[in-house]
Ligand binder design. Structure first.
Ligand code: PMP
Length: 405
């Protein structure tokens, strides 16, 4: 199906605005995505017409709120081809990975065990494991990458030694854009009895994700990068894992019965959703899933590949510009350096031209250490970006380059 991408773009109110008197070129979607009116309206409509707490009140509004919240869980589950009762709604990936770290790994790991991570992980898929390692005596191992930013699968294989109990791998790198072959990686890990946690934060915005086809044990995701509100996300976990995991946080909603001499816990996924959740946010995330599904993730992926090819070609023409990462399988995320220019200066001057890119370490210090740079600039695109914006961005880059050099 061919899409009218100009009409799709018009669904995003914020993209109509100007910055510093220039039309906004928003190339920071890997940081957080913009929201279509359908998502803003769904959140607004929830507060205007249905607001109540979930799973508590028997009154009409309470039932409507519970239906809307559980309905969103169902939409996300269908989108990922999983069961809704295996999907824990969280504030995002960070919470989701910490939930696995504290409820699955902490009670299981011991001295002599190892957690295998890759060089290209976000801090959210490093630091929780370091905290677990400190408390259990387990160690952290790292699978390296090539200078193109591609995981070395043979090295990864070799690193899957008998002590390795858990593998944490990102589906798509937030810095390099590399799409990792997570299905193949999880298959290899599974053969060795290694539990797998896939960080899907940067995959969900760009492509169709079928979790059973990947064959992982846990899949973490964040809603705000896939057109949903901030403070939303989920952890998918295999039923047998979730059923065996103790609660992460205690409180209301996650119990079955509380007595002072002992409390019994609710079944998953509610066992892991203590307290009042982000109800309106997840209703908005449900609307985001509907919105993405209506366009179609395959159409979105194809559109973004077209934009990425154009962007890469134009950036390669700029003297002194170095693109970091050159994986053959890559999402529309381009990290770059401009010879002689500091990343923050570059991003600041680009901002004055209306262009929003991120500069910094992108919560991936070990990856910066690998490339021997303190920071990069990153242009990250979404399906709502345009070819004209790419031209405006590269024109701005040329202008800024002249100013800085
Ligand atoms: N992992 C990756 C690859 C990310 O890009 C991000 C967000 N930058 C996270 C994890 C953390 O997501 P959140 O801050 O939404 O919890």
């Amino acid at each position: 199906m061919s899409h009218d991408w100009a009409r799709v773009r018009a669904d995003f109110p914020l993209l109509q605005r100007e910055v510093h008197g220039k039309p906004l070129v928003y190339f920071d979607s890997a940081n957080t995505g913009q929201k279509p009116a359908a998502v803003i309206d769904a959140t607004d409509a929830f507060y205007r017409s249905h607001n109540a707490n979930v799973s508590r009140a028997v009154h009409a509004l309470g039932n409507e709120a519970t239906e809307a919240y559980e309905g969103a869980r169902g939409k996300l589950a269908r989108h990922l081809n999983v069961r809704a009762d295996e999907l824990v709604l969280t504030s995002g990936t960070t919470f989701a990975i910490n939930l696995v770290a504290y409820s699955w790994a902490l009670p299981r790991l011991q001295p002599g065990d190892a957690i295998l991570l890759t060089r290209m992980e976000h801090h959210a898929n490093i630091v929780p494991w370091q905290l677990v390692a400190q408390r259990t005596g387990a160690t952290i191992k790292v699978a390296e990458i090539s200078t193109d930013g591609v995981l070395d699968l043979d090295a990864l294989d070799a690193a899957m030694t008998p002590g390795v109990k858990l593998l944490g791998v990102t589906h798509v790198s937030n810095v390099l854009g590399t799409i990792n072959p997570v299905g193949e990686i999880c298959r290899r890990a599974r053969k060795r009895g290694i539990t797998t946690v896939v960080d899907g934060s940067q995959a969900l915005p760009h492509m169709a994700v079928d979790i059973p086809a990947i064959g992982c044990d846990f899949y973490a995701l964040t809603g705000h990068k896939m057109c949903g509100p901030t403070g939303t996300g989920a952890l998918w976990g295999r039923r047998e894992h979730l059923a065996a995991m103790p609660p992460f946080l205690g409180g209301g909603e996650m119990i079955s019965e509380v007595r002072f001499d002992g409390t019994t816990f609710n079944d998953p996924p509610h066992r892991f959703e203590a307290g009042t959740p982000n109800i309106a946010g997840h209703v908005g995330l449900g609307a985001a899933v509907d919105y993405l599904d209506a366009i179609g993730m395959d159409a979105i992926a194809a559109r973004e590949q077209e934009l990425l090819a154009h962007l890469t070609e134009e950036m390669r023409r700029i003297d002194g510009l170095r693109i970091i990462g050159n994986a053959p399988d890559k999402a529309a995320v381009v990290s770059f350096l401009l010879q002689g220019a500091h990343g923050h200066d570059l991003a600041t001057l680009l901002d004055l031209e209306g262009v929003a890119v991120r500069s910094g370490h992108h919560c991936a210090h070990p990856l910066m250490q690998f490339y021997g740079v303190p920071a990069t600039c990153r242009a990250s695109l979404a399906f709502y970006n345009t070819h004209a914006e790419i031209d405006a961005f590269t024109a701005a880059l040329r202008k800024v380059r002249k100013l800085l050099l």
